[in-house]
Design a protein around this ligand. Structure first.
Ligand code: PLP
Length: 609
């Protein structure tokens, strides 16, 4: 949204908006000064600081449904933005007039000088890219957004089986309230009594999440799973410290963990010790015992994902959590895989002390493109006092010193989606969703048997809510896992998660939201790709190597490939009906991630300047 705001207004539009905001702030200052008040900011862009009895202003302002920032007893902060129009300015002025019992009788004011240091005025160009200088009418903007949308293989086209990401339905009924101004136009710092409905919803959601995880208390403050990890580890640190054990700083993490786990541990000031996993995908018990004993004195925590990132319910999970507790450590459960637990088991049940939930995975908030995420943490009773607090709005644990986000309840608006999801499904519905998610994964596992090796299954030959298929055996045909991922686009499917947590594999998570027909189409595509590989003929391998096939490629005058255009574009009958056209062929995979490319001007240009 922020990006599109810049695209729509462009550099000229943004400057015009900024000038108007500044002018309105200066006008208001002039009028208030005319009333005999002092404005305390030497320089400002949009924010005034007025010296006046704050309580008197507050009483008058609240009568008029206006909130200011009450900095202290004698100081009131006023921030002007692009929605503050002439009417609003007048209303603000009236509040101050009522308190000083005076009317500003000067008419229009003329502002000549700006109120920021002139040497800080920007002179260099900005937003020079064409995209910020092209779409300034609603028609043009609408078409631009649609054009981008067409390039995106999203859930409105077909199943996205990204393992560990839980790409489930984001139901319209859950998302509707986000566009209601009564939810979307409230500032996170408004007095509690002005947002009673919000607080009721947030409290209920906290209680629901506590109940689902079996824990005592929940904080909605973290804005992502990774931020939840960080908050949870800070809670663990504060807990150790409160018991005079601040030296505990070792965090055990299995080698299969998501990359955010060690990153969060390091950010929380812990030292990471990696624990091996065995060939079945479980924690290697002897390595685990050894390292736990070795670090017994300084053990802070174990971070563990359950069911594991290998998609399996680890059978001896309680032995693992028990051993950590026996050594004085705490157990952090990464809750990204909660879609396999809700209603069936819980983090508290397996012996964890704290977990995060990804509400943008398990609890139906849409994700992709970076947000908005909600990554609450839920904790056992002994940790509740250390939940994140907030310096402006009262929330969190009694003994807490840490604040994780700017807003006291993080992405509060997006919480409505999860709240709606939980309320509408109820306990039995949530449990059924979990059962369906596990059933769907196991159905795929059985259908793909023979075509692909399923890498890990538990003692009973089953997976949890996702499965990992091994693509390494195809290396002998020169086929890599990415070739399969690219070819899936020709069949109209987004690739599953590639090379996590095991390089050369795919992790498939169908979720409960897909019906049997869609799951069967996906399996048909995967089996058909396997047959292309297996045919052993040059054409089959080339089909994968050249995938995805774009419209430009297929309609070009020359065609030099050892297979037909039809086979490339419509490999199965159902694709005819619902064709997705990939917009580009291949970019160079991870090359750009591994090779820094300098996009600045050349040294010669600098020399000349
Ligand atoms: C997604 C995920 C995370 C990180 O969550 P974000 O919300 O993306 O920050 C952590 N661990 C696992 C296993 C995950 O799948």
């Amino acid at each position: 949204m922020a990006g599109m705001y810049a695209v729509y207004h462009g550099p000229k539009g943004l400057k015009k908006i900024a000038k108007r905001i500044h002018l309105n702030a200066a006008k208001l200052e002039k009028k208030l000064v005319d009333l005999g008040l002092s404005q305390l900011n030497e320089y400002y862009f949009d924010t005034l600081k007025i010296n006046i009895n704050a309580q008197a202003i507050r009483t008058e302002a609240e009568k008029n449904e206006i909130n200011f920032h009450y900095i202290d007893k004698e100081t009131v902060g006023i921030a002007i933005n692009e929605t503050t129009d002439e009417v609003a300015l007048l209303k603000i002025l009236n509040v101050f007039e009522a308190v000083v019992r005076q009317k500003n009788i000067n008419g229009k004011v003329k502002i000549e000088n700006h109120r920021y240091p002139i040497d800080q005025k920007r002179r260099s160009p900005y937003l020079t890219h064409q995209v910020f200088n092209s779409f300034h009418s609603e028609t043009a903007m609408m078409r631009y957004i649609k054009r981008l949308e067409r390039k995106d293989l999203s859930l409105n086209h077909s199943m996205i089986s990204l393992g560990s990401c839980t790409m489930k339905l984001n139901a319209a009924a859950e998302m509707l309230p986000l566009s209601w101004p009564r939810w979307s136009s409230i500032h996170p710092f408004v007095p509690k009594e002005q947002a009673k409905g919000y607080h009721k919803m947030l409290r209920r959601l906290e209680d629901q999440l506590s109940e689902i995880t079996g824990f005592h208390a929940t904080s909605l403050q973290p804005n992502s799973g990774a931020q939840g990890e960080y908050s949870g580890l800070m809670v663990i640190r504060a807990y150790h410290k409160s018991r005079g054990e601040a030296h505990r700083n070792i965090c055990l993490i299995p080698s299969s963990a998501h990359g955010t786990n060690p990153a969060s541990a390091v950010m929380a000031g812990m030292e990471v010790v990696v624990v091996k996993t065995d060939e079945l995908g479980n924690i290697d018990w002897s390595d685990f015992s050894e390292k736990t004993e070795e670090h017994r004195e300084n053990l802070a925590a174990l971070m563990i994902t359950y069911p594991s990132t290998h998609g399996v319910f680890e059978a001896n999970i309680k032995d693992i959590t028990g051993k950590i507790h026996a050594c004085g450590g705490q157990v952090y459960m990464d809750g990204a895989n909660m879609n396999a637990q809700v209603g069936l088991t819980s983090p508290a049940e397996i012996g964890a002390d704290v977990c995060h939930l990804n509400l943008h995975k398990t609890f139906a908030i849409p994700h992709g493109g970076g947000g908005p995420g909600v990554g609450p943490i839920c904790v056992a009773a002994h940790l509740a006092d250390f939940l994140p607090q907030h310096p402006v709005v009262e929330t969190g644990g009694k003994a807490s010193k840490d604040t994780i986000s700017a807003a006291p309840w993080g992405s509060a608006l997006a919480c409505l989606i999860s709240y709606g999801y939980i309320e509408m499904l109820g306990g039995s519905g949530l449990k059924k969703a979990t059962e369906m998610a596990i059933l769907n994964a196991n159905y795929i596992s059985k259908r793909l048997e023979g075509a692909y090796d399923i890498l890990y299954t538990g003692e009973k030959g089953r997976t949890a809510h996702e499965l990992i298929i091994d693509c390494r055996p195809f290396k002998k045909y020169d086929i890599e896992v990415v070739d399969i991922a690219k070819r899936l686009m020709d069949y109209g499917f987004h690739a599953p998660t590639v090379s996590f947590p095991v390089a050369g594999t795919m992790m498939i998570e169908p979720t409960e939201s897909e019906n049997l027909e869609e799951i069967d189409r996906f399996c048909d595509a995967m089996i058909s790709i396997r047959m292309e590989i297996d045919s052993g003929e040059e054409a089959g391998i080339a089909l994968l190597k050249n995938a995805p096939h774009t419209l430009a490629m297929l309609t070009a005058d020359d065609w030099n490939f050892p297979y037909s255009r039809q086979r490339a574009a419509y490999p199965l009958a159902f694709v005819m009906d619902n064709k997705f056209w990939p917009a580009v062929r291949r970019l160079d995979e991870a090359f750009g991630d591994r090779n820094l490319i300098c996009s600045c001007t050349s040294i010669e240009d600098y020399a000349k300047a």
